[in-house]
Design a protein around this ligand. Structure first.
Ligand code: HEC
Ligand code: HEC
Length: 504
C-alpha cells in the first residue's frame, strides 16, 4: 500500500483491458504481418507477378502506418494506465525485469527502423537487401513479442522465481512456451486478416489471388490455436484450472466466446476467401476482423481472470497487497502500512471504513456500478460483516484475504453494513420465504442449497436439529462465521433448510 488509489468509479482493470486488447490486436498483427509481407514479396518475384508486388508495396505502407502509430500510442497507453491502476505490480515488473524491458526497447528500435526502411525505401534497395530488411523487421518484432511474453506469463505463473527471485526463472516460467506458441499462431492469423483488409482496394484477378493467399494465413493460424490452447491450459496452476472447469461462470463464458469467435473466423474465411473469393466484401472482412478481435480479447480476458485473486501469482494480490505483508498488516493495521489514508483510523468511523474499502476492495468492486458491493452486501449488519470479513477468500468469486487489524475490520464492517441495510420481516405464515431471505443474507456468499457452489443439503434433518446446528456453525468448520441473526431469523432459516428447496 505504498501508493494512492486512482479512483475511476469503476475497477481500473477494465480500463487496462480496453487499452491492452487494442494494443495486443495490432501488435500481434505487427509480428505476423512482417513475415506476411516478405513472403508475399518473394512469391511475387518468383511468379513474376507485378500486380502482387504492387499489392505488397501498398500493404507495406498501410502496415507501417498502422502498426507504428497505433502500436506506439496504445503501448504508451498501457504503461500509463497500469502505472496508475496497479502501481505496486508495475513497480514489481520494472524492478524484476529491467533488463528485459531494455532488450525489448532495443528490438523495438530495430523493428521501427526496419519497418520504415522496408516500406519507404523499396526502390532504393535491390531485391535481396530489401527482403533482408523485411526479415530483420520480422525477427525483431517476434523477439520483442517473445520478451513481453515472458513478463506477461510471469504474472500468471511466476514459477520458481517465488523462491529464487532469479530473472530467468521468472522469465522462462511454466506458461512461457505455450503462451508464445499461441501468440505466434495468432500473429499468423492476424497477418492474414489484415491482408484481407487490403484486398478490398484491389479489382479483378489479383483480388482473388490475394484473398486466397491471405485466407490461407488465417486458416493456418487458427488451426493451431486449439492444440496450443490445450498445452497452455495444462501449464495453468491448479486454482486457475478449477476456475475454467466451472469454478467461475465468467471463465466458461470467455472460453466459449473464444472458441466460437475463432470458429466463425475460420469458417467465414474458408468460405469467402478460399472457396469463393469473389464473395469477399467489406462486411465479410469486418466480420473476420471482429471475430479475430473477439478471440484475442477473450483470451486476454481469461488470462487476467484466472490469475485472480493475484496480479502476480502467489506474490501480489490484485488489490496491491503483497502476500508476505498480510501478517504485518494484520498486526499493525492498514494505517501503519498506507501513507495515503485521508481518514483517521477509528473502529466506529464510516469515513475510515470507506478508506479501507477503497484500498482493499475497489480494485474489483465499485459501490453501485460494476460488480457493485451494494448489491452484494444486502442485509448485512455490522456484526455479520465483522464475522464474515476474515473469510472473504472462501466466498464466491476470487478474493484476496482481508488484511487489517481489529480497528480496520470493525470500520470496514460498519461501512459495508451502511451500504444496503434490510430487515427480514417474519410472521408465522411466511417462515419458509423469510428463511430463504435469511439464507441469502447469511449463507449464500459461501453456499447454495443443492446447487453448484459449496452445496448444503440438510433436508434429511428436522428443523429443530438444524436450529441446534446453526448455533454452533464455527464448531462444524472453523472457516465458517457464527450465525449472527436474531432467534426468529435462525428459526425461519432452519425451517427453510428443512424443505431442501434449492438455491442458485
Ligand atoms: C464465509 C463463508 C461461509 C458462510 C458465510 C457460511 N458457511 Fe457454512 N461452511 C463454510 C465452509 C468453508 C464449510 C466447510 C465445508 C466445505 O469446505 O465444503 C462450511 C460447512 C458448513 C456445514 C457443514 C456441512 C457440510 O456439508 O460440510 C454446514 C451445515 C454449513 N456450512 C451451514 C451453513 C449455514 C446454514 C450458513 C448460513 C447461516 C453458513 N454455513 C454460512 C463456509 C461458510
Ligand atoms: C481480486 C478481486 C476482488 C477483490 C480485491 C475483492 N473482491 Fe469481492 N468479489 C470478487 C469477485 C470476482 C466476486 C464474485 C463475483 C461476483 O459476485 O460478481 C466477489 C464477490 C464479493 C461478495 C459477494 C459474495 C456472494 O456471492 O455473496 C462480497 C460480499 C464481496 N465480494 C466483498 C468484498 C470486500 C468487502 C472486498 C474488500 C475487502 C472485496 N470483496 C475485494 C472479486 C474481488
Amino acid at each position: 500500500m505504498n501508493y494512492p488509489i486512482w479512483q475511476l468509479g469503476f475497477p481500473g482493470g477494465l480500463l487496462i483491458a480496453t487499452v491492452a486488447v487494442l494494443h495486443v490486436f495490432v501488435s500481434h498483427f505487427a509480428v505476423g504481418g512482417g513475415a506476411y509481407l516478405v513472403l508475399t514479396e518473394r512469391k511475387a518475384y518468383r511468379n513474376n507477378d507485378r500486380e502482387l508486388l504492387n499489392y505488397a508495396r501498398a500493404h507495406a505502407k498501410f502496415f507501417a502506418l498502422l502498426t507504428l502509430v497505433f502500436g506506439a500510442v496504445t503501448g504508451v497507453g498501457i504503461w500509463f494506465s497500469i502505472g496508475l491502476v496497479s502501481p505496486d505490480a508495475t513497480s514489481t515488473l520494472i524492478h524484476t525485469f529491467v533488463w528485459g524491458w531494455a532488450m525489448e526497447w532495443v528490438f523495438f528500435f530495430v523493428e521501427i527502423t526496419a519497418a520504415l526502411v522496408y516500406a519507404y525505401q523499396w526502390d532504393r534497395l535491390d531485391r535481396a537487401s530489401h527482403q533482408a530488411v523485411g526479415w530483420i523487421y520480422f525477427v525483431a518484432a517476434w523477439a520483442s513479442l517473445a520478451i513481453i511474453n515472458g513478463i506477461v506469463t510471469f504474472m500468471l505463473t511466476p514459477g520458481r522465481w517465488l523462491e529464487t527471485r532469479n530473472f530467468w526463472d521468472g522469465f522462462f516460467n511454466p506458461t512461457y512456451f505455450p503462451s508464445l506458441a499461441i501468440r505466434t499462431a495468432m500473429a499468423v492469423a492476424l497477418a492474414g486478416m489484415f491482408g484481407l483488409v487490403s484486398t478490398l482496394q484491389l479489382r479483378g484477378g489479383i483480388r482473388e489471388r490475394v484473398a486466397r493467399w491471405s485466407g490461407a494465413w488465417v486458416v493456418v493460424g487458427i488451426v493451431f490455436l486449439p492444440l496450443f490452447g490445450l498445452w497452455y491450459y495444462r501449464a495453468f496452476p491448479g486454482f486457475a484450472r478449477r476456475y475454467l472447469a466451472g469454478g467461475i461462470s465468467a471463465a466458461g463464458t470467455a472460453v466459449n466466446l473464444a472458441i466460437a469467435a475463432a470458429a466463425l473466423a475460420l469458417v467465414v474465411t474458408a468460405l469467402a476467401a478460399l472457396w469463393k473469393p469473389r464473395a469477399l466484401n467489406g462486411a465479410v472482412v469486418a466480420l473476420v476482423l471482429l471475430s479475430g478481435l473477439a478471440t484475442l480479447g477473450s483470451g486476454e480476458y481469461l488470462r487476467e481472470l484466472v490469475r485472480k485473486p493475484w496480479v502476480i501469482g502467489g506474490y501480489l494480490y490484485a488489490n496491491g497487497i503483497r502476500a508476505d505483508a498480510l501478517k504485518q498488516i494484520s498486526a499493525t493495521g492498514v494505517s501503519a502500512d498506507s501513507r495515503w489514508l485521508a481518514a483517521k483510523p477509528a473502529a466506529d468511523s464510516l469515513a475510515y471504513g470507506r478508506e479501507i474499502f477503497v484500498l482493499e476492495c475497489s480494485a474489483c468492486h465499485s459501490v453501485g456500478g460494476y460488480r457493485a458491493l451494494r448489491a452484494r452486501v444486502r442485509g448485512w449488519d455490522e456484526h455479520f460483516a465483522y464475522q464474515a470479513l476474515p473469510h472473504l477468500q472462501l466466498m464466491r468469486g476470487t478474493m484476496p484475504p482481508f488484511a487489517g487489524n481489529e480497528t480496520d475490520r470493525a470500520a470496514l464492517a460498519k461501512y459495508l453494513a451502511s451500504l444496503n441495510p434490510a430487515t427480514v420481516s417474519i410472521s408465522p405464515a411466511n417462515q419458509v420465504a423469510a428463511g430463504r431471505e435469511v439464507f441469502e443474507i447469511h449463507c449464500a456468499a459461501c453456499h447454495t442449497v443443492r446447487g453448484a457452489f459449496r452445496p448444503l443439503n440438510l433436508a434429511a434433518m428436522k428443523a429443530g436439529a438444524i436450529d441446534r446446528l446453526l448455533k454452533i456453525l464455527p464448531a462444524l468448520n472453523p472457516n465458517m462465521p457464527p450465525f449472527t441473526g436474531s432467534e426468529a431469523e435462525r428459526r425461519a432459516l432452519a425451517r427453510f433448510l428443512e424443505t431442501g428447496q434449492p438455491t442458485s
